[in-house]
Design a protein around this ligand. Sequence first.
Ligand code: SF4
Ligand code: SF4
Length: 460
Amino acid sequence: MAKTTFAIGGVHPDDSKLARACAIEVLPLPSVVYVSMAQHLGAPAKPVVSVGDKVLTGQVIAEPGGFISAFVHSPASGTVKAIAPFKDLAGREVPHIIIDVEGDEWVEGVDLSDTLITELPDREVILDRVKACGVVGLGGATFPTHVKLNPAPGSKADCLILNGAECEPYLTSDYRIMLERTKEILVGAALMQKALGGCRTVIGIEENKPEAIAAMRSALASLPYSGIEILPLKKKYPQGGEKQIIQAVMHREVGSGALPISVGAVVQNVGTSLAVYEAVQKNKPLITNILTVTGNCLPVEKQHNYLFRIGMPLSYIAEYAGGIPKGAAKIVSGGPMMGRAISNMEAATVKGTSSILYLSEESTRRKLESNCIRCGRCAEACPMGLEPFLLRRLWKAGDMEALEANAVQDCIECGCCLYSCPACIPLLDHIRQAKGAVLGAIRARAAAAKAAAEANQKNS
Ligand code: SF4
Ligand code: SF4
C-alpha cells in the first residue's frame, strides 16, 4: 500500500484509539438545550426567535451575522426560555438561545429516512442547501462550508481533499462515521466535487485505519462517481493539519499567511462531507455531530462514540456516560495535542465538538522545566518549519517585530515542539501568547492605517 505524508517535522505519539470499536450510540434529548450563537468561525449568528416562541426541531433560530457566518437551527422542539449570555467551555460569556425541550417534532420538508440518494442536483442548489442548513467545517476550524465551496473569482480548485486522517490520539468519531456512514460521506464528496467544478477529489486516511480504507474503497466502487480516490497516508502527527495534508496529497506548499485555495486546494473533513450529504440530499440542518467520550482513566466499557444534538450540556453527556471518572485530573475538548481544557462542564456542545477526553494525573503532570540545551529537537519536529526555541526567546524579550519576521503567526499550535523538548519547556504556551500579542499588534496597525486613510480622505 503506497503511503504518503508531509515533508518536514511531525511526531509519533501513541494513538490510544481506545473507543475505536465502539459503535455510534444516539444520546437521548435533555430537558433543556443551550444553543450558542458563536459556534462557527466569523460573525456570531443573530437570533430570529423571541422568548416564549414555540420552535420545531430543525427550525432556523438564528441567521448569519455577516458574510463569514452561518445559520443556526433548533436541536429539539420546545419553547424558547431565554436569549442570554451563557458560559462556554472556557468560561467566556457567549450569547445563547436556551430552549425548554418538549419533544422532537421536526419542521416540514426534512427527509428522516435512511434511503441513500446518489443523484446530484445542480451546483447552485448544492451551495444554497449547504448554506441554508448551517453547514460548517467539522475538522476543528468550523469555517462556513458554503463560503469554502465557492472560491472567489480568479481562484480555482484543482483538488478537493477530504480529511479522514484523524491524527489526534484518542479521537475516533471520524473513524466510526467512515465505517458506519461510508456511502453518505462519498456522496457528500461527490456533491462538493460538483460544487467546485468537478476537480480531482482525494480522501486521505491514515494507515492505522485499514478497515476505514477498505470500507471506503469498496463503497466507492459501488457508486456512480469518477475522479474520486482513496489515498492511504502515513501515520504521523499532525497529518490532518490543513497545510500538511495538502503537502502530502498535492506536493504543494501553502505560503506563509496564504489560504489553501492559493495552491488550488480545498480541504474538508469527512464529518463535513456527511453534513453536506444530509443538508443537500435530505434537507437536514446541521444540529448533530459525533463525539468520543474517552481517556486513559476510563475503563473500556465506558468508552463511547455518541451522536449528540448541539446544545446538550457536556455535564449531561458525562452523566449519561457514567459520570466523571475518579482518576480524571484534566478534562479536554478535542485531542490531547491540540484540544482545549474544559473549565466549565455546564457548557453546551457546539457543531464542532469532537470529544470529552479524561486524562489521568500521571499523563498530564508537567515535568520539571530545565534550561534549553539547544538540541534543536523542537525545530526538527515543527511541521511549519519554525524555530520554536527562538520564538520563545523573542517572546521573553518582548521583540514583537522579530516574532512577526520569524512567522510566529504560521504556528498551527500542534504541540509537536512541546512533545519533543527534553527540557520540558512549555513552548506551546509561550508561542500561543506570542501569537496573540502579534495578532493584536497587526490589528492595531491595520486600524491605525484605516483611520489615517479616512482622515486623509476627509481633508482632501
Ligand atoms: S506548536 Fe507551533 S511552533 Fe510548535 S511545532 Fe507546532 S507549529 Fe511549530
Ligand atoms: S527542544 Fe527544548 S531544549 Fe531543545 S532546543 Fe528546543 S527548547 Fe531547547
